[in-house]
Ligand binder design. Sequence first.
Ligand code: XMP
Length: 512
Amino acid sequence: RILIIDFGSQVTQLIARRVREQGVYCEVVPSQRAAEAFAAFKPNGVILSGGPASVTDLDTPRAPDMVFEADIPVLGICYGQQTMVAQLGGGVESGHEGEFGRADIEVVEDSKLFDGIWEKGHKYPVWMSHGDRVTALPLGFKAIAVSEGAPYAAIVDEARRYYAVQFHPEVAHTPDGARLLRNFVREIVGLKGDWTMAAFRQEAAAKIREQVGSGRVICGLSGGVDSAVAAVLIHEAIGDQLTCVFVDHGLLRKGEAEQVVTLFRDHYNIPLVHVDASEVFLRELSGVSDPEQKRKTIGRLFIDVFDSEAAKVGGADFLAQGTLYPDVIESVSFHGGPSVTIKSHHNVGGLPDRMKMKLVEPLRELFKDEVRALGRELGLPDGFVGRHPFPGPGLAIRIPGEITRDKLDTLREADAIYLEEIRRAGLYDVIWQAFAVLLPVKTVGVMGDARTYDNVLALRAVTSTDGMTADFFHFDMNFLGRAATRIINEVRGINRVVYDVTSKPPGTIEWE
Ligand code: XMP
């Protein structure tokens, strides 16, 4: 197993993810707690992450000395490289011109780290993000790759099995990075790669039992995949100490609420409180057209309804949430400084203090596709697990302007046809997210021999790996024509369909 010591980089969990992809178990620990974690975890290898600090400043974090006394392989990445060098007697300086983004490195020595990927004398693209750089190597080290901005882009002490790189192998912009990390964990540390989602399931269940003891847990289901996977996993761990509350705000897609209820009650036999709160939500949302106010209203009501249901079942000691890693990271900024709120996500950190429950978040370290794999492992149906992401505020943020029950019904029908056509074309799984947006704009059309004056519907489809950046999906025009014709013919109230060709950035995926 691998211990990843986190110095605060935004992409540390990507290292963990790459290690898990190799079938190797790992844990991430913040540098402040690294010493005790190291002693308890007894890793076979250690990875030191990047981070925003400068090792040239006073009081910046370091790896515990025991890491370098344990005779195990260590890989330092970016800040991890710099602290390794500083701790082992080399030199690091600030004030040089940094490198940010794509850079080319030239391999100057062959190394086990590069086996099967990179050869001496050739150049390869990597992704850099550093201001400081290593300027003198500790005894025993040599450079194995150089770049314009980093004379020590990759270094090694083969005898002690210490490796360090200035670039970020964990990000997708370093095309060979995943294989480089594979070389480290599989070849250099020598781990077999037999760890699986089945093992994660067991370990996660054990951790939940340990955290919760004999306490009671309540879980709010949103209708989405993440909260469902979290609930099923927690139920497996603690059985009927868990109560699930499904707050149905009436803003879900067609057939979705029924699907959740059937899945929990019939398929898993997990006790479920289904609250149909659509009246309350619609009433409170009437007259609200500002996007942030909509989000805040929905967030507040969700908590209110959930809170009163929780009281009805006798309260609980813990609140379970299906928070994923990208949810965590989108709510903090790169260097821990103040970040701008683009949208108020209502399901992240939305727990009011007065609820006084501790959080159980078993998916906090996972990415969306890993949650899906875990869901399949737990026996959730493929059609459910593979569903496109859906925002907490639901269809409310896909109807710019004021929301009414009629508009919701219209959108639900149109959206269902669009998704049906996408499935029929075999495109559902290559698209990250596809949905319809009902615009508060009326245009003139002609149907039969009559004039129509109805709403415009926008179709959206994007590809993405994490929802943080996205490209619009390049449909065949025939497909779009087919979907548009069906929607206009079958859904009353829509007489024109347009397609959104905005990427993120500058757009966002949702319209509000
Ligand atoms: P944007 O629109 O910000 O969306 O580009 C990025 C991803 O996040 C989803 N999204 C949300 N998910 N609660 C959620 O759980 C929210 O309030 C929320 N707002 C947006 C969006 O669907 C996309 O996948």
